[in-house]
Write a protein that binds this ligand. Structure first.
Ligand code: UDP
Ligand code: MG
Length: 315
């Protein structure tokens, strides 16, 4: 069975057109598999839910998951993946920006052995300047900040195998970025490049503020590098001001100021205080590391993920 998961929030203007003209015809053409289409209504405040329920009445392959309120796209995706029963699960946006035409290609790669097939936006097309810069910057920063292997332009247009979905369902953190978590899980991943389309109707729900939140969340949940950087700055400041302090003591008090610098008390005080600032930064970084360890534990991620398909004679 192949499952399709679609997170949907306030898409009344475009959803029928997208389902009737783009998505469902493509799905119908896929043969050789049972199919289910999971439409996750993420607390829409317009008529979206009743539209979806109409579809479910007419088409037995369509299942509607109605969340109790708007949780956001990431939790909506997770809910859909949890409910899905397929051997492969394909996630796709409801606004037509991710072309359903490509679905057969995802399935082809999966049939050839890929366990994750991720759609990657070819360039950051047809998006305003800020989201464009934003997402480039976002991925560059993610990489710099030590997150493992998020390919720039990765989107949530994706196929995951049952084994990946089972492991994904075990993850318990609340602040989740599906992309990052899927990368963290490992498994055999392949990519499909596509041109990001224009919204069929309505407005994107991700405001700039939400995007910034998303970015901060991914830094905080995927890495500790920002904390450690300040620790290193602290170490440098400490070493530098210590040497400067020694220089003052030797030059001025032991050798009797042969260079004639006549550095007064204010200068000495400044050097001393800088030294203390260095120490404070170091101790802050150490505290931060403790916190990050506690944070890692409280996330409750499993220590390792077993690839059940590739292991032998385990049970
Ligand atoms: N979405 C959702 N919950 C939200 C926001 C968005 O389920 O709180 C859905 C939305 O209906 C769409 C998909 O997630 O199907 C992508 O949303 P959007 O187009 O707003 O984001 P972008 O295209 O900028 O990634
Ligand atoms: Mg969109």
């Amino acid at each position: 069975m192949i499952s399709f998961v679609m997170p949907i929030h306030n898409e009344e203007e475009g959803i029928s057109k997208f389902l009737d003209e783009e998505f469902l015809p493509i799905v119908q053409e896929i043969s050789g598999y049972e199919k289910e289409i999971i439409l996750v209504n993420d607390g829409s405040t317009d008529k979206t839910l009743s539209i979806l329920q109409e579809y479910a009445k007419k088409n037995k392959e369509i299942r509607v998951v109605a969340l109790s309120r708007n949780f956001g796209k990431e939790p909506a995706l997770s809910a859909g993946i949890y409910v899905a029963r397929g051997d492969a699960i394909i996630t796709i946006d409801a606004d037509g920006q991710q072309p359903p035409k490509l679905i057969p290609k995802f399935i082809e790669k999966w049939e050839k052995g890929a366990e994750i097939v991720t759609g990657v936006r070819d360039k950051y097309t047809k998006h305003g300047l800020i989201p464009k810069l934003g997402s480039k910057l976002f991925y560059r920063l993610l990489k710099m900040m030590g997150s493992k292997s998020t390919v720039p332009g990765s989107t949530d247009f994706r196929l995951i195998d049952r084994v990946v979905a089972d492991e994904f369902n075990k993850l318990s953190e609340h602040n989740r970025i599906t992309r990052g978590l899927i990368d963290w899980l490992g498994f055999r991943q392949e990519y499909i490049y596509y041109i990001y389309g224009v919204r069929m109707a309505g407005k994107p729900s991700y405001s700039f503020k939400k995007l910034v939140h998303l970015a901060v969340d991914s830094f905080v949940s995927m890495s500790t590098t920002p904390l450690v950087i300040f620790g290193y700055i602290g170490i440098m400041i400490t070493i530098f001001s210590f040497m400067l302090g020694m220089f003052i003591i030797i030059q001025q008090y032991i050798l009797g100021d042969p260079l004639g610098l006549k550095w007064n008390g204010a200068v000495q005080m400044t050097v001393f205080i800088t030294f203390l600032v260095g120490l404070v930064l170091i101790s802050q970084a150490i505290t931060a590391l403790y916190i990050s360890h506690i944070h890692a534990e409280s996330q409750g991620r499993p220590l390792y993920i077993i690839d059940k398909k590739e292991s032998r004679n385990l049970k």
